[in-house]
Design a protein. Structure first.
Length: 393
């Protein structure tokens, strides 16, 4: 059986997820514990051997039989429940248990009836549900008949319900683990299909963007090559067309790549928290912003603004504190979403806006927004605003 447990000196938890193969020696003791806890039912057979009520030969034979029984049992269960062995191997091992349990109980007495509990557990853990639902009651019936035959009907009666309950419980655990394994495989398949679909979409988009342009460039290059000796003017016109088409293709590719790499404000807020904390800056971050009514281009521009502002705080400001706020405001030009990043550092060099701020201004203007950045009394502040849907910037 597998489960969750813990157990190392680091104070962290060691986990053996259901239905997953062992990934290291640290998980081995956990799995052994979960399987070995059921060996408590061997108490009666072991005590029976140690009390010396049997002859020397009987004691030796009983010990050998008990070791063989436990070895076969552990061989069956010391794998992931729900990942069965080949049917022939599992059937052979179960048959060995099915023979040893009644033989040992008939020859050595009632204390050995507890071995049937292990037989029931093995049936529930290794057999398919339909087969296990018949094998478990059958093993219980054999146990009761053996107990009656050797004159220990009371012990057999006590073990009967326990054997049925544990056997069916193990069958349920096995089914749970099989379902978990199938779900894990299905999840991996879905992830693989999603990745393949994304690759196909990217390939399709690039083909649509570049297929026509590259074909046209190739055709016009061939025409220019044929025209060059006799008609240089017409060849020059073809070269000019090639330049125009290639420039347009470059613009299309850049726009497509920008769309693929478009940042999201929520993700940038989380990244900003990590970056500021790693740099030793005390960060005051807002709750998850309400982006209802925010156009996609406007959100992307705010996300770029936050990324640039946090980068400047970490690299250049020498600040100890940084506060980030995302607010909705009503202005004379309509409703806007405002991003404010303020720190207590030294700010920039004071020699005019850098390339980063210039690029942010252009991005925000393209989305209909504005950018304000400069020193304040106790540091540096950047404020970016974008219009909400339905408002004019």
């Amino acid at each position: 059986m597998t489960g969750d447990a813990r157990a190392d000196g680091s104070g962290t938890q060691a986990r053996v997820p259901i239905g997953r193969p062992l990934r290291g020696r640290r998980e081995l003791p956990v799995k052994v514990l979960w399987i070995g806890v059921w060996l408590i039912f061997l108490k009666s057979p072991v005590e029976n051997l140690l009390r010396g009520r049997h002859s020397a030969g009987g004691t030796v034979a009983g010990a050998i039989g008990l070791v063989a029984f436990v070895g076969v049992y552990l061989t069956l269960l010391f794998r992931n429940v729900g990942r069965p062995r080949p049917a022939r191997v599992a059937g052979l091992l179960l048959a060995v248990l099915g023979v040893l349990a009644p033989v040992l109980a008939l020859t050595l007495g009632g204390p050995w009836l507890g071995l049937f509990v292990y037989l029931s557990v093995a049936c529930g853990a290794t057999l398919p549900p339909r087969v296990a639902y018949g094998a478990i009651p059958a093993s219980a019936a054999v146990m009761y008949l053996v107990g009656t035959h050797i004159g220990d009907e009371a012990t057999a009666r006590d073990l009967l319900l326990l054997q049925l309950l544990i056997g069916f419980a193990m069958s349920g655990v096995g089914q749970l683990v099989r379902t978990t394994i199938e779900l894990r495989k299905a999840r991996a398949t879905v992830a693989q299909l999603a990745a393949n679909e994304e690759r196909l979409r990217l390939a399709r988009d690039l083909h649509d963007l570049l297929g026509h342009s590259l074909s046209l460039i190739t055709l016009k290059s061939e025409l220019a090559g044929r025209m060059l000796p006799a008609h240089p003017d017409r060849a020059a016109q073809q070269v000019a067309d090639i330049e125009r088409v290639s420039r347009q293709a470059l613009v299309d590719v850049r726009e497509a790549v920008t769309g693929y790499r478009r940042p999201r404000l929520a993700a940038e807020l989380a990244g900003a928290q990590v970056a500021l904390t790693a740099a030793g800056v005390t960060a005051q971050m807002p709750a998850e912003p309400d982006l209802a009514g925010v156009p996609e281009d406007a959100e992307s521009a705010l996300a770029w603004s936050l990324r640039e502002a946090v980068t400047n705080v970490v690299r250049h400001s020498g600040a100890q504190r940084c506060a980030v706020r995302v607010l909705r405001r009503q202005t004379l030009d309509g409703p806007v979403l405002e991003l404010c990043v303020e720190d207590n550092g030294a700010g920039g060099s004071g020699m005019g806006p850098g390339n980063g701020l210039t690029g942010l201004t252009e991005r925000l203007e393209k989305a209909g927004g504005t950018l304000e950045a400069g020193r304040v009394k106790h540091g540096f502040r950047l404020v970016a605003r974008v219009p909400l849907a339905g408002g004019a910037a």
